[in-house]
Design a protein around this ligand. Structure first.
Ligand SMILES: [Zn+2]
Length: 470
């Protein structure tokens, strides 16, 4: 009996320990910096995310890379020891860091042993507040970005960009629609003053969120009050309006990828509708439903593609949902027909209730394991900041559960209202064309050889004019 009681107690205490991910300790420092703290899964480690509300979309095409440039500059070092010295200091604390500039934000991502969390936060604060920017560091940061972007942005690459060569289908379509810049911004022209102005305006306390998840130091709140609360705020300003669709795009295009081969990629892209209610969850469920439908049609029923999949991306103010499939060159027309029939069927009959329910349940189940571990949880908070209010993140499972079949059906109809955009990426030459070309080349060589032979055999005509005698 005592044993049963013990097991019951143990079970109850274990289930009580399950982490409520939605609830966090969140508050504003007096300078407006948003703090989100959460005791996580492992206590000997903390995951830190410092999210600065400035991203690539806050700048026009010529200046797009500016926040990325500043992000790199902030790692150039705090003293004569330079960037190497800064890295050594982080290593000595057992931490690892990186930073990412996306269209919406710039985020510093750190993993560190829990015992050094305050020292690591000190180092991060120094890097963003105290780093002196100079011309030499600027030149280095520019070179690094150039490398990251695939080398020097020369005339050839610029020309290729303008011809839409080498871009992914979704990027290419976004450019065609006016949602994305046609070429990279010229980082060569960016100045130290511009990066400094960006830093003054956007790296302000009231434009930052600090997320710390894991084995939290008891003194952390008091520490933050002494340190991060000292960062100056700035006068809040409007963010730049996101680009909207401003140009028409062709319905179907073939894009050249690589030189040789018979495998091609098909992309069928749709612009997502803007939904009044549960926009993201509804479209996510529609996307998963289409993912299944695509797999069912292209792989199971017709054996045309092995790994078809759907993807959601955003460009400017628009969402793009794409259905993607790897195919053989000869199967393109058949696959297009299968997909056209699939879309027609969905337009006419809508979602199948049973399939929708199964996909919805799987999406809800996924939420319970998708954010295991301190780092994944910190990343989840980072991605869900728009869903945060008063110490709570909206429960993602409930948000999915609340999406009805009718709502998803309406979203699907809106999505498929237009025919969408078809993009086929294929190498310049298929195997057959290569054989043809090779045969042609051999033919030309042989013909030239024969011609030469015949010319040589012909008697040489006697030259007119005087021949010089020795
Ligand atoms: Zn970078």
């Amino acid at each position: 009996m005592r044993c049963v009681l013990f097991v019951c107690l143990l079970f109850c205490s274990l289930s009580g320990m399950a982490l409520d991910r939605s609830r966090v300790e969140g508050y504003l420092l007096p300078n407006g910096l948003q703090v989100i703290l959460k005791s996580g899964y492992e206590s000997d480690h903390v995951a830190i995310r410092l999210v600065v509300g400035v991203g690539l979309d806050d700048f026009n095409c010529e200046q797009k890379e500016l926040p990325h440039l500043l992000e790199h500059l902030l790692f150039s070092g705090l003293d004569e020891a330079g960037e190497g010295g800064l890295e050594q200091r982080m290593q000595a604390l057992g931490g690892e860091w990186n930073a990412f500039t996306s269209s919406a934000d710039t985020t510093f991502v750190i993993e560190t042993p829990a015992r050094n969390q305050r020292k690591v936060l000190d180092l991060l604060l120094s890097a963003i507040r105290d780093t002196d920017l100079d011309e030499r560091d600027l030149a280095t940061a520019k070179k690094i970005i150039e490398r990251e972007d695939g080398g020097h942005y020369g005339h050839l690459q610029r020309w290729l960009d303008r011809q839409d060569i080498g871009h992914r289908a979704s990027d290419q379509l976004a450019t065609e629609l006016g949602l994305k810049c046609p070429e990279r911004s010229s980082i060569e022209d960016m100045t130290l003053e511009q990066t400094q102005a960006l830093r003054n305006r956007w790296y302000a306390a009231n434009n930052m969120t600090l997320i710390v998840v894991g084995g939290l130091d008891r003194l952390l709140p008091a520490y933050l009050d002494r340190t991060y609360a000292e960062l100056p705020p700035s006068e809040p300003e409007e963010r730049r309006n996101l680009d909207s669709i401003s140009q028409q795009a062709e319905q179907r295009r073939e894009l050249t990828r690589g030189w040789l081969g018979d495998s091609v990629k098909l992309h069928w892209l749709f612009i997502e509708p803007v939904l009044d209610n549960a926009h993201d969850q509804t479209l996510e469920l529609v996307s998963r439903y289409l993912d299944w439908a695509l797999y069912d049609q292209l792989r199971l029923r017709h054996g045309l593609s092995y790994g078809p999949s759907t993807q959601r991306e955003s460009f400017g103010d628009s969402g793009m949902l794409s259905l993607n499939a790897d195919l053989e060159r000869d199967d393109i027309n058949e696959a297009v027909k299968v997909l056209e029939a699939m879309f027609d069927n969905l337009r006419e009959n809508g979602l199948d209730a049973e399939t929708f329910e199964r996909i919805k349940q799987a999406a809800m189940a996924r939420e319970s394991w998708a954010t295991q571990g301190n780092s994944a949880l910190a990343d989840y908070y980072w991605g869900a900041l728009n869903d945060y209010e008063n110490g709570r993140f909206k429960d993602p499972v409930r948000k999915i559960r609340d999406v009805t079949l009718k709502e998803a059906d309406e979203a699907l109809h809106e999505l498929l209202k237009d025919p969408g955009y078809l993009r086929i990426e294929k190498p310049l030459l298929g195997d057959d064309e290569l054989y043809g070309l090779a045969a042609l080349t051999v033919g030309v060589i042989l013909a030239l050889g024969l011609l030469r032979l015949r010319l040589r055999r012909r008697p040489t005509p006697r030259r007119s004019g005087a021949t010089r005698k020795r």
